[in-house]
Design a protein around this ligand. Structure first.
Ligand code: DP6
Length: 328
């Protein structure tokens, strides 16, 4: 009889408030700076893993489409590492489904790799140790380490595999922080974050300043989050995003993730603030703009943005929960 081990996990994606931008160790994905993120309710990945003695290699299907072998490197690394940890030798068939509003174009490696780490561990062992799952998720994609937890999450950069993991600062019920994504472009980004950050680390004369400033902002952001101080959270988040994008313009060759509509959305955020609607922007390694606001202002911010962008370009997300090992 064939010997099978099955696992499942659901993980939500996250948006960084203090960005992770650059690695100190490429193999282990140890970041140069600590980062802090908000887990989101809207976007998540469901991943099913079946380990079997009968299989001769790992396979991965994303929304039922097989992943080409050349794109399996990190997935195989994550699985091999976990198999060694739990002393298991079979291979895995993985089926992963991204649940992202079709209009949003926000498919993210964070929820996918977090769900993969959770599903692999749940197949091989108990899922009690979330810190360990966070470390394993990190091997798939750095930002995935934060998607193990709900609410606002701090990823400690650490100095080796053991010391680089995420932990929750406050739960999704304790924070009044929402995000409206302005979908400027739903096509895949041209410079993937992995390559963009590597180019920045290697060539930007501003890079060491970025690392110092990001790490300096961490305790300030933790205090702001613990106090539910929206103004401080927003100011720090906006500054972190602006500094991160300044490093891409100072790389050699220089590059930017901004599109013309990115600037348009940023200006609208400034306009809203000048008219008394408090909101802040953040931007990842792509042109879409994410607008942070309090629950009381969601409708006003949404309506203001809807003057310039159409309804399908605006996606509202609220704080989301941590990883789950059952579907409900
Ligand atoms: C701009 O986690 O996608 O979104 O570790 O190389 O997979 P890898 O990179 P990834 O980078 C995310 C970069 C960011 C900022 C952030 O999420 O902190």
């Amino acid at each position: 009889m064939k010997n099978e081990k099955k696992g499942f996990a659901r993980a939500h994606t996250n948006i960084a408030l203090i960005k992770y931008w650059g690695k100190a160790n490429n193999e282990l994905i140890l970041p140069a700076n600590d980062s802090i993120s908000l887990t989101l309710d809207k976007f998540y990945s469901d991943t099913y893993v079946t380990f079997s003695d009968d299989l001769t290699e790992n396979s991965f299907f994303l929304n039922q489409i097989p992943m080409p072998k050349k794109s399996m490197k990190r997935i195989n690394h994550l699985i091999d590492f976990t198999k060694r940890q739990y002393n298991y030798s079979g291979f895995a068939k993985i089926q992963s489904y991204n649940h992202v509003p079709t209009s949003a174009g926000l498919a993210s490696s964070a929820s996918g790799m977090a769900a993969l780490a959770g599903a692999v561990v749940s197949a091989l062992d108990s899922t009690a140790d979330l810190t360990n799952i966070s470390r394993i998720a990190r091997l798939g994609s750095g930002s995935a380490s934060r998607s193990i937890f709900g609410g606002v999450v701090h990823w400690h950069r650490g100095h080796d595999h053991e010391s680089s993991f995420a932990e929750q600062i406050v739960s999704e019920k304790e924070i009044d922080l929402n995000m409206i994504t302005v979908v400027v472009d739903r096509h895949q980004k041209k410079v993937k974050s992995t390559h963009g950050m590597a180019q920045t680390v290697a060539t930007s004369p501003f890079y060491s300043t970025w690392v110092d400033e990001a790490n300096r902002a961490i305790p300030e952001m933790i205090t702001a989050v613990q106090n539910n101080d929206f103004t401080k959270i927003g100011e720090l988040a906006e500054h972190s995003a602006a500094m991160m994008h300044a490093t891409t313009l100072s790389a050699n060759p220089a590059f930017t993730y901004f599109a013309p509509e990115t600037i348009k959305a940023v200006r609208l955020v400034h306009q809203m603030r000048s008219t008394g609607i408090e909101c802040y922007f953040t931007i990842d390694a792509g042109p879409n703009v994410k607008v942070l606001c309090r629950t009381q202002d969601i409708t006003r911010v949404h309506n203001f943005l809807a003057h310039e962008f159409n309804e399908q370009q605006l996606v509202v997300a609220r704080p989301g929960s941590g990883i789950k090992f059952t579907k409900n």
